[in-house]
Design a protein around this ligand. Structure first.
Ligand SMILES: Cc1ncc(COP(=O)(O)O)c(C=O)c1O
Length: 394
């Protein structure tokens, strides 16, 4: 009864007519287990969340310790609590000086909502520039700045004054002007099928924002937290955003996000109007304990340093004549095939064989691989053998 598909399909709202539909009783490391004891290798980290694996013992312990002290005690921004304090201090110590102040929220889309409001309030401007094919979340503001028109049409009217430019195309930077409040960009476009911009482009974008006074928001909700081989992907390009957004893997498996900026910029949320952005649960102490332990594990286990070698190993093993292209940065992959139908078969075959790969929101001809960064060489070899067989059988 607990794992009833009938209950799942009828009493939990569905988001598609073809849910992945496996039952999970427990999880540990890179593995998920069904109630019947079938083991699945999680090669997608619950979509970019379990970067240090499922139920890392240090994360579980930190959560238990916090639960024994207190849960929610007050809305965001009023009481001084040890764990959110320590998390904010830790995050500031890992980021450039101008990103010294974080506003803690509950999800990725909320982090982007806060970032967009902050940019409008700080600049006094209204225009927002975003990118074609981008994904920033499913609430109205984040959806407004996401680039997939098919996903937006039914929900219009959305935010006005949003313009879209082409990712990694320098000529389009001319659309950024003194009217622009902010440019919002995924440092690495994830759901467009892993698109990596050039360093020259990122530097030109930074320069254009500086010249016009437009704020640069980098959304690292999917590509942050070590996924690309740096704690945050912007570090690859020698630039620093004005506002950074994070979520997903930030919480190590509990829901938490943040938008991060300078203390000076954040101050504008305290007046005109007072309480310019508020949230009841943002900075929930249990989620903060999990996030703090996750950052500590990433450092203590030197996981980020190992990302590139592990990524290269995957890439060297995934050779098959039906693979059209592999796009990769660190341990984030899009694997392209000729048709969406073939991709569906491969994902289904891999699932049957106990390996979880998954689709992208806006790129049907490829599937994603984004395993926990803790995956071992042996596990990479085993997973790749299963994927190659799934491709062969498709
Ligand atoms: C780049 C990016 N931004 C924002 C979001 C939204 O995050 P959430 O689902 O936590 O609202 C996602 C989720 O996939 C994402 O990939």
């Amino acid at each position: 009864m607990e794992f009833s598909e009938e209950v799942f399909l009828n009493h939990l709202a569905q988001t598609t007519d073809q849910p992945y539909l496996i039952s999970i009783s427990h999880a540990a490391g890179i593995y998920l287990y069904s109630p019947e004891g079938k083991r699945y290798t999680d090669l997608i980290s619950g979509i970019g969340v379990s970067n240090i694996g499922h139920r890392h013992p240090k994360v579980v312990q930190a959560i238990k310790d916090q639960v024994d002290k207190h849960l929610h005690v007050m809305v965001y921004g009023e009481f001084v609590q040890a764990t959110p304090n320590l998390l904010a201090q830790k995050l500031a110590s890992l980021l450039p000086k101008k990103l010294d102040c974080c506003y803690l929220v509950n999800s990725g889309t909320e982090a982007n909502e806060g970032a967009l409001k902050l940019a409008k309030r700080f600049t006094g401007r209204t225009e927002i520039i975003s990118f074609r094919k981008s994904y920033h979340g499913s609430t109205h503001g984040s959806l407004s700045v996401s680039g997939n028109e098919i996903k937006k049409r039914a929900f219009r009217p959305l935010l006005p004054d949003v313009k879209f430019i082409t990712f990694n195309k320098e000529q389009d930077l001319e659309y950024i002007t003194t009217k622009t409040a902010c440019v919002i960009m995924e440092t690495i476009q994830g759901d467009a099928g892993v698109r990596v911009p050039s360093t020259a482009y990122m530097k030109a974008l930074r320069k254009k924002c500086d010249e016009t006074g437009a704020l640069l928001i980098l959304d690292e909700i999917q590509c942050g937290m070590g996924r690309t081989g740096k704690l945050f992907a912007f570090e690859h390009f020698g630039i620093v955003p004005d506002i950074l957004t994070t979520a997903k893997a930030f919480g190590g498996g509990l829901p938490i996000g943040a938008f991060v900026a300078s203390k000076e910029m954040m101050r504008c949320l305290t007046h005109a109007p007072m309480l310019g952005h508020i949230t009841t649960f943002g900075g929930n102490p249990v989620c903060c304990a999990s996030a703090l332990a996750t950052l500590t594990v990433l450092e203590e286990e030197n996981l980020i340093e190992q990302v590139e070698a592990k990524g290269k190993l995957f890439e060297s093993l995934l050779k098959h004549p039906s693979i059209k292209e592999i796009r990769r940065i660190g341990l984030l992959f899009a694997i392209d095939f000729d048709t969406a139908g073939r991709v569906n078969k491969i994902v289904a075959n891999a699932k049957e064989a106990g390996v979880i790969c998954y689709w992208f929101l806006s790129h049907p001809n490829s599937f994603r691989i984004a395993p926990p960064l803790t995956i071992t060489e042996e596990e990479i070899k085993e997973s790749c053998a299963t994927i190659l067989q799934a491709i062969e059988n498709a």
